[in-house]
Write a protein that binds this ligand. Structure first.
Ligand code: GLC
Ligand code: MG
Length: 527
């Protein structure tokens, strides 16, 4: 479709800047490092990159605690470097999205530094302040991301301030009109520089209940996404007023040519609530599908979440498929138990579904989570955490570019900020030299996505099939994924094979071994 937006059918790439490529040998990846390796992304066929936070920050939460919204973190580069990256990206058809953090700032942000000085300071109302409860304790039962009370006592002014994440990340008060004005200015600042859009951090957060009511308890048998620490996030997030912000920002994004993209981190448990962030196609153009990422990697689990997603989204909206990120870990570990055929099966799924696919750096080489020992952990929010989500550093370790001691990530002899994956792990150089590698498979999928799949939801249909076989038709392509341990067959109607997880074409083109998948031409006459 000539008039469909560039992100429909696109393959985006989440690039964790500190861990991708270090150009100056300080052990931290940086923007010039991205420039040096940009041709790799262009070879892979990537349409756009989302850079993890690039703005100045004391790094209590690695850039998710912003102290200046219109500049670049000195450790990562300069505004000129970012301009150069945008220009180099434009030449290669790679758009650059930044991470925007509007739910909270750093406590080192000048707004908060001023706000905490006095109750009548100019920026006091930029943040959420409250008097103690009658017993002197926190104003309500809200808990922060570590499970501690979400309120920090400030003796200087005799009130608590709200922080849904760390105490160094005070929540902004979106009931204050000046906060809206500040962010409109920030949006324009970056859009004017040619930034293609934003990934919006904690997009379901922003407004908080005006009465600061207590959150209700979690139901028994709750899902991973329903809440944590025994509470449902009913009043400290997911407030209806947040939608007004996105209607406003959508107008701003739409006033640019080409329109700028708003991609939300919408951490919600179901497709209905996910769909609400698209509004009537007048809010976010894209919203991350966490129910998909947390679905069971099985035919039944995937069929359920895919059909619910497509049924819930407004007509014409573009779904978003991703399975790894810097918080939830990597799918080769979570979904695939590091089994190579299943990793390829997951890539086949991610890159043939309609809408927008977001790969996390390393997905393309099948990079797994890396065990980071407690002494080397850098994430304050999850330090020492065990359990399902665990320590987030496991998915933030440097990219393995080659088999050398520095992995091609940094200069020889430099200790990277997080440990490198083991030398036995897959690396880019080795896989680029082997056309049967996962990297090549991923590249071929992206090429096929561009040439054969329009990305439109209207062209997509889940096909009925036996348990364990997930099959769908996209335009005149049919995809079959065998998620079972038994032999399966491609659906009737599948013609010439275009790509298979095994690489080689098998003697029987319709055969699908356990954990294998194929893409074939759809021949309706056979169906
Ligand atoms: C989002 C980010 C996460 C960060 C949090 C607070 O969930 O993805 O990394 O810690 O917001 O900004
Ligand atoms: Mg560096």
């Amino acid at each position: 479709m000539a008039d469909s937006p560039w992100w429909q059918g696109a393959a985006l790439y989440q690039l964790y800047v500190r861990s991708w490529h270090d150009s100056d040998g300080d052990g931290y990846g940086d923007i010039r490092g991205i420039l040096e390796r940009l041709d790799y992304l262009s070879w892979l066929g990537i349409d756009g990159v989302w850079l993890s936070p690039t703005m100045p920050s004391p790094d209590e939460d690695w850039g998710y605690d912003v102290s200046d919204y219109t500049s670049v973190h000195p450790e990562l580069g300069t505004l000129a470097d970012l301009d150069a990256l945008i220009a180099a990206g434009t030449e290669r058809g790679i758009r650059v999205l930044l991470d925007l953090v509007p739910n909270h700032t750093s406590s080192a942000h000048p707004w908060f530094v001023d706000a905490r000085t006095a109750r009548d300071s100019a920026h006091r109302d930029y943040y959420v302040w409250a008097d103690p409860a009658p017993d002197g304790g926190p104003p309500n039962n809200w808990l922060d991301a570590t499970g501690q009370p979400a309120w920090q006592w400030e003796p200087a002014t005799g009130q608590y301030y709200l922080h849904n994440f760390l105490a160094g990340q005070p929540d902004l008060n979106w009931w204050e009109p000046a906060v809206h004005a500040e962010f409109r200015r920030i949006l324009d600042f970056w859009f004017d520089r040619g930034v293609a859009g934003f990934r919006i951090d904690v997009a379901h957060g922003l407004y908080k209940d005006a009465e600061l009511r207590d959150n209700p308890p979690l139901q028994a048998n709750h899902g991973e996404l329903d809440g944590r620490y025994g509470l449902q996030p009913v009043y400290n997030a997911n407030r209806p007023q947040t939608h007004d912000i996105y209607r406003d920002w959508r107008q701003i994004a739409g006033s640019y040519a080409p329109p700028r993209l708003l991609l939300g981190e919408t951490w919600v448990p179901d497709a209905g609530r996910l769909a609400s962030y698209y509004g009537s196609n007048d809010e976010l153009q894209l919203a991350f599908n966490f129910p998909f990422a947390f679905a069971e990697f099985s035919e039944a689990g995937l069929r359920d979440v895919i059909s619910k997603t497509l049924a819930a989204l407004p007509f014409g909206a573009c779904p978003v498929w991703m399975a790894s990120n810097h918080d939830i870990g990597r799918f080769p570990s979570r979904w695939c138990a590091e089994d190579k055929p299943r990793i390829r099966l997951a890539l086949l799924l991610l890159l043939t579904l309609p809408g927008t696919t977001v790969l996390y750096y390393g997905d393309e080489i099948g990079m797994a989570d890396v065990l980071v020992l407690p002494d080397l952990q850098r994430d304050a929010m999850t330090k020492g955490a065990a359990g399902k989500r665990g320590n987030r550093d496991r998915a933030r370790t440097p990219m393995r570019w080659d088999g050398s001691a520095s992995a091609g990530f940094t200069a020889a002899g430099v200790v990277p900020w997080l440990p490198l994956p083991d030398v036995s792990e897959p690396d880019v150089a080795e896989q680029r030299g082997d056309t049967s590698s996962t990297l090549w498979f991923c590249k071929q999928l992206i090429d096929l996505r561009h040439t054969e799949l329009g990305g439109g939801v209207a062209d997509f249909e889940l096909l009925p099939g036996p348990a364990g076989l997930l099959a769908y038709r996209v335009g005149d392509i049919v995809v079959g994924l065998n998620l079972s341990a038994e032999q399966q067959r491609m659906p009737t109607g599948a013609g010439r094979q275009l790509l298979a997880t095994t690489g080689a074409a098998s003697a029987d083109p319709a055969a699908l071994g356990p954990s294998h998948g194929k893409i074939a031409r759809w021949l309706p006459a056979l169906g």
